[in-house]
Design a protein around this ligand. Structure first.
Ligand SMILES: Nc1ncnc2c1ncn2[C@@H]1O[C@H](COP(=O)(O)OP(=O)(O)OP(=O)(O)O)[C@@H](O)[C@H]1O
Ligand SMILES: [Mg+2]
Length: 247
């Protein structure tokens, strides 16, 4: 389970003194659920995911992954998590398979398990053709698949994806979405951010709408439809945003 309590993050800013990235975020993602954190540019999605991944501390408030605190239990949380972010680089001198072995061994997996996990991931993400090529010449999609492989080689229970399909073509995005669906069937807990409405519609059990650093709605899509009186996800989204923007 993932939950945040009045999570707040303020960044120092030369121009404005400070920027409030998260005002007070309260979200709740149940075990085994796929949770889509949906929100416009600058809403605070990446900030929230980075805090959950223990890559940075909140200014105030708390966040828990399986009841472990992101402030005090960083190492334990990192063992549970696989994190995918488009900001993450790949080691240019290494091949995906070498990166897989490197991260697998770093997490105490034996080589047989790593080989089995990699065979599975390479096949599902259609990486066989470039699994043994150095990543330096890779396209965006090939790099993104490599980043996903790296996060999944250890078979983590909980996955955090920051815009898993950003920059990908339709075919590559679909193979990533299909893979997330499969991970859900395996019982993983998955929290992903997106601003693509249909990705949330297709995959998510729970949708959280984040706007200006606050969660303005959370529930299944059907719950949000009932709450707003709209059926189309775009109408649901805009009516929720309009409500908080109205003076
Ligand atoms: N390191 C930082 N220093 C200063 N301000 C930051 C920093 N990181 C994020 N911000 C600001 O915090 C706010 C939230 O940013 P964040 O990256 O979390 O949004 P996002 O929802 O991920 O947006 P996008 O959809 O564009 O990826 C923005 O106003 C951003 O400019
Ligand atoms: Mg972002």
């Amino acid at each position: 389970m993932i939950r945040t309590e009045n999570l707040r993050k303020v960044f120092p800013s030369k121009k404005e003194g400070s920027v409030v990235a998260l005002e007070s975020l309260n979200l709740h993602c149940a075990d085994g659920a796929v949770y889509a954190l949906l929100g416009p540019n600058g809403a605070g999605k990446t900030t929230a995911l980075r805090i959950l991944a223990t890559l940075m501390d909140p200014t105030s408030g708390e966040a828990y992954v399986n009841e472990l605190s992101v402030r005090t239990d960083k190492r334990a949380i990192r063992r549970l998590l696989g994190v995918v972010s488009y900001e993450m680089g790949v080691y240019e001198r290494m091949t995906p398979r070498e990166i897989g072995y490197y991260f697998g061994r770093l997490n105490d997996l034996d080589d047989r398990d790593i080989a089995r996990n990699l065979a599975y991931i390479f096949s599902l993400l259609r990486m066989e053709d470039f699994a043994d090529k150095r990543t330096e010449t890779f396209s965006t999609g090939m790099k993104q698949k490599t980043v996903i492989m790296r996060a999944l080689v250890t078979n983590p229970e909980i996955l955090l994806f920051d815009e898993p399909t950003a920059g990908l073509d339709l075919i590559t995005a679909k193979s990533v979405m299909d893979y997330i669906r499969l991970l859900k069937q395996e019982g993983k807990t998955i929290l992903f951010s997106t601003h693509i409405l249909w990705e949330a519609e297709k995959l998510a059990d729970t949708v959280g709408i984040i706007h200006r650093g606050r969660l303005i709605a959370e529930g299944s899509l059907d719950e949000l439809r009932a709450q707003t009186g709209h059926t189309d996800i775009e109408d649901v989204f805009f009516s929720l945003i309009d409500r908080v923007e109205a003076p």
